[in-house]
Design a protein around this ligand. Structure first.
Ligand SMILES: Nc1ncnc2c1ncn2[C@@H]1O[C@H](COP(=O)(O)OP(=O)(O)OP(=O)(O)O)[C@@H](O)[C@H]1O
Ligand SMILES: [Mg+2]
Length: 236
């Protein structure tokens, strides 16, 4: 039994609580949905339940394949136990297919398959809308050391190999996604969540978007998309 203690942080998608294990946290997944840095707000019914389970299955699968993550165990429908980390303020984005901000910035059609995966760094800052940075900026600002930058990129590419194969086997095209990492006494761990909130997932057969773009772009059937990923991942 894990005894939940005081609330430490409420973010856009999750609430973090302290617990009776000093080196761990309870993460509670909410139904709140935001987009465009919280300029658009809404609710996706049962998103918290779906995302808790989706992230748990994926992080556990990564752990089994040798990627160190913060995931410990699922506690309930909406809660899981994670190792507490000091989040590195560099969001790591991996792209396999052109979409979203990359399509916009470079004037490209969404859906172009990249010759090789791209790893991008963004500074984790809500007031600044998470601006894109490069490794030099992260190092010069002391957001990450040179060694950590190398680690982040290599870990992201390893995660990508595993996730590409995993989603492909489920009939899903893994277009792009965001990862967060944190420092702990066990070294750098993959943290936060891997869910349709932070991934672009397209149905391989139909091209249908099964991720938060349905909410961002008012495409309808938002809950159904999260539920579909939940069912596919749960039965994997
Ligand atoms: N294991 C962990 N230890 C400490 N903090 C964590 C851990 N995993 C995730 N976090 C942090 O907890 C917060 C999770 O909440 P949520 O996903 O709601 O944040 P958010 O609103 O997206 O905010 P942010 O812009 O800070 O990511 C994030 O800031 C995330 O970096
Ligand atoms: Mg978040």
């Amino acid at each position: 039994m894990v005894a939940k203690a005081e609330q430490l942080y409420e973010g856009k998608a999750k609430i973090l609580y302290a617990c009776d294990q000093a080196d761990k946290l309870v993460a509670h997944f909410k139904d709140d949905a935001t987009a465009f840095n919280a300029k658009k707000k809404g609710t996706i019914i049962n998103k918290g339940v779906f995302n808790n389970k989706i992230s748990a299955v994926i992080l556990k699968m990564l752990e089994d394949k040798g990627v160190k993550t913060h995931f410990v165990e699922v506690l309930s429908d909406r809660e899981c136990l994670v190792k507490k980390v000091d989040i590195i303020p560099v969001e790591v984005v991996v792209r396999n297919v052109v979409a979203g901000s990359m399509a916009k910035k470079l004037g490209l059609e969404e859906g172009i398959v990249l010759k090789r995966p791209i790893v991008e760094f963004f500074y984790k800052s809500d007031p600044l809308d998470d601006p894109q940075i490069n490794e030099d900026t992260a190092i010069a600002m002391d957001w990450a050391t040179p060694e950590e930058c190398v680690f982040l990129k290599e870990a992201a590419l390893r995660v990508n190999e595993i996730l590409l194969e995993f989603f492909d086997s489920l009939g899903i095209r893994l277009v792009d996604y965001k990862l967060e990492f944190g420092r702990s006494s066990d070294g750098i761990l993959l943290a936060d969540e891997i869910t349709p909130d932070g991934c672009r997932l397209w149905d391989k057969a139909t091209g249908e978007k099964l991720d938060k773009d349905r909410f961002r772009r008012d495409l309808g059937n938002v809950e159904e998309a999260y539920q579909k990923i939940f069912e596919l991942v749960s039965n994997a």
